[in-house]
Design a protein around this ligand. Structure first.
Ligand code: WTA
Length: 647
């Protein structure tokens, strides 16, 4: 496993921390002081922060409950409501007229939703859900474009205690069906469609298709008419969002929910089997969403305009598009559309027009914008920008430097945030205005977060590479895998007997203690910042009637970080690569389409029949095949693969 961490970056540039007056952490002294508080009283410090930063309906007396590891619970006897913390609290504090969400559509339409308006809409939506039979404890699947109604739907679930599961709008109907069935959802919320590169991407037909088989728990489909698509309508099942909201009461009391109530489920890929439903709690999650907004971005809700470009279907969209900014009472920007539409200047025009001050995006997007050229950002006034963040994949130093120079004008700190769906919020962050930055390093753990690098026996590694682990439970950690407690234990805890949370990433530390993430050590690919399991793509390929066997590996790609390479053995030769790509898109979604397909006669296997993926990785990376191939069943297979053209 650890031997996969082969490349060691040679990057020794260091940029002094920028000066930020009144910043949350304005020196390393501030950082160390906060870390010391946690060292002196770990659980008590978390509890103090939870009391100060959240509004409670019932005060808690327990901080960490570790009586049944690794099923940890935080603040378990307290009660609160996430929607109340994100909305009512601010309205009651006199911020009702502050803009909560600025939405911009691809065609340039703009909507400003104030906190007061958002609260009213959330209450109406919550009442509609009640009227459709949704109760606290039920699951609601949300399959939506990037529109304010998506945030309204999520918050309405939170208000009544329904657990939401947002499914990325570009996932196929069969991926959607799997998620609906796994969560046994009672209600699905969708839209007719969304904007995509000047056209419209229909969504409802995918839901209709998903619901056409199985999904017996779904009673209703609530549809937001947004994109003007013609949609079929199933009487009795399908309901119109706008007309039902208009008829419902604008008041709905937020119910007090236990701290550990599951706020949401979000499916993510692992190295085995189908995607797993990561479960997040109410209090612990919300606390960290708020603290990391304030700490990692030095976010000032009364001044900053925050733009996180992630889709709401991913964890970044949950924590930093919706819950983080709103629990702080700030303004969040939501853009529906492609960042390069109609041209590569779009992102920078939005920054200028909306006076965006904190901008948060993925290295893949940065690389695509670099490719488009400096003329685009240079045409816009980017002086409102104060802090620049990145997330989702390692950022290569060239992209980092461009972001720093061309976008931030060497004024704005670059905050490279390392975290995961499972962690709920940031873990490793170069705190802006406190820490020096190094291109490509996520610097140090946030106060309260205890991480280590260990070898395969669990021994601590002080220099060199190893596995990144978290050594203490923290409030926003995942609470489990939906419906599969054994998988939770096995995936994240078993390797070191429950001692550490295993992130699945390799990392190393430099002489200053800075962390450098080296990528996944399991069979998970990171394609354009999106996590995809190689097994998932293999199963999708094998589900095609003409495919006998398939093996999927990643190779480095300048733009996407990693590209998908598939080795496919066919039962019949009439099928071509294009058909297979389309098939994978239909099974999982377009993001999972293999970039390279090799139609081969056989796969390299060990004598015990295991596919030798590392060998395939060497082949696609065009590396010398250094691995010992003596265990190979049939060496001719390799010769044949090497002679096979990529399609
Ligand atoms: C990778 C996204 C390097 C990592 C928030 C992790 C990163 C996976 C970074 C989680 C970063 C995320 N530098 N790699 N700053 N951030 N990753 O669950 O491999 O979609 O395990 O969460 O993305 O992906 P996920």
């Amino acid at each position: 496993m650890v031997d996969m961490i082969e490349s060691v970056l040679h990057e020794d540039r260091v940029f002094k921390a920028a000066v930020g007056e009144g910043a949350c952490f304005s020196s390393m002294g501030d950082y160390h002081a906060m870390c010391r508080r946690f060292e002196e009283d770990y659980e008590g410090t978390w509890a103090d922060l939870a009391r100060t930063h959240l509004r409670w309906r019932e005060a808690f007396t327990q901080d960490l409950d570790d009586s049944n590891p690794p099923f940890y619970r935080w603040f378990a006897d307290g009660a609160l409501n996430v929607a109340e913390n994100c909305l009512d609290r601010h309205v009651q504090a006199g911020l009702g007229e502050r803009t909560a969400i600025v939405w911009e559509g691809e065609q340039g339409e703009v909507r400003h939703l104030t906190y007061a308006y958002l609260l009213e809409q959330v209450c109406r939506a919550a009442n509609v859900m009640h009227s459709l039979g949704v109760e606290a404890g039920d699951r609601v699947v949300i399959y939506m474009p990037m529109i304010p109604e998506t945030a309204i739907a999520m918050l309405a679930c939170a208000r009544i205690g329904a657990t939401h599961s947002v499914v990325f709008g570009a996932f196929s109907s069969s991926s959607l069906r799997d998620r609906i069935e796994d969560a046994a959802a009672r209600l699905v919320i969708t839209a007719d469609g969304g904007a995509r590169r000047g056209g419209v991407h229909a969504l409802k037909p995918f839901v209709d298709e998903a619901l056409s088989e199985g999904c017996h728990t779904v009673e209703h489909l609530l549809v937001v008419k947004h994109a003007g698509c013609d949609v079929s309508w199933k009487a009795g099942r399908d309901c119109d969002w706008h007309s039902l909201l208009a008829e419902s009461s604008p008041e709905c009391a937020a119910i007090a929910l236990p701290s550990e109530h599951p706020l949401f489920i979000l499916y993510t890929s692992g190295s085995t089997g189908k995607p797993k439903g990561i479960v997040h709690s109410t209090a612990g999650y919300l606390l960290w969403a708020r603290l990391t907004m304030l700490w990692s971005f030095d976010y000032r809700p009364d001044q900053d305009v925050f733009w996180c470009t992630a889709d709401v279907g991913w964890i970044t969209g949950h924590t930093y598009l919706i819950y983080g900014p709103l629990v702080c009472g700030g303004t969040t920007v939501m853009y529906e559309g492609v960042p390069t539409y109609p041209d590569a200047g779009r992102v920078w025009q939005i920054c200028e027009r909306l006076s965006v001050s904190v901008f948060y995006t993925a290295p893949t997007a940065i690389r695509a914008l670099i490719k488009a050229g400096d003329v685009w950002p240079n045409r816009s006034d980017l002086s409102s920008l104060r802090v620049l963040g990145t997330v989702g994949e390692p950022i290569n130093p060239e992209a980092w430097m461009w972001y720093y120079r061309v976008i931030g004008k060497e004024r704005c700190p670059i905050v490279d945030t390392w975290w995961q769906t499972e962690t709920g919020g940031h873990m490793l962050v170069p705190l802006p205005f406190a820490m020096a930055t190094k291109p490509g390093s996520a610097a140090l753990p946030l106060p309260g977060i205890q991480v280590e690098i260990v070898d395969e026996e669990g021994g601590k590694v002080s220099h060199g590479g190893g596995l990144l682990v978290v050594t203490k439970p923290w409030p926003s950690m995942l609470r489990g895998v939906w419906g599969d407690p054994a998988r939770y234990v096995e995936t994240y805890w078993n390797l070191f007997d429950g001692q550490y949370y295993i992130a699945g990433d390799g990392a190393r530390r430099d002489g200053d203690g800075y962390f450098w993430i080296m990528g996944r050590v399991d069979d998970v690919l990171n394609v354009s910042g999106h996590r995809l399991g190689t097994m998932e793509i293999e199963s999708a390929l094998v589900s095609h009637h003409a495919v006998a066997e398939a093996a999927v590996v990643g190779r480095a790609d300048d733009l996407k970080g990693e590209a998908i390479c598939a080795f496919v053995v066919l039962k019949e030769s009439r099928v071509d690569a294009l058909t297979l790509r389309k098939h994978v898109a239909a099974e999982i979604g377009p993001i999972a389409k293999p970039d390279d397909i090799y139609l081969v006669e056989g796969l390299p296997k060990t004598r015990s029949g295991k596919i030798m993926r590392r060998l395939l990785r060497d082949i696609v990376m065009k590396r010398d095949i250094v691995q010992d191939v003596s265990t190979l069943e049939d060496r001719a297979v390799i010769e044949h693969i090497l002679a096979t053209p990529v399609q």
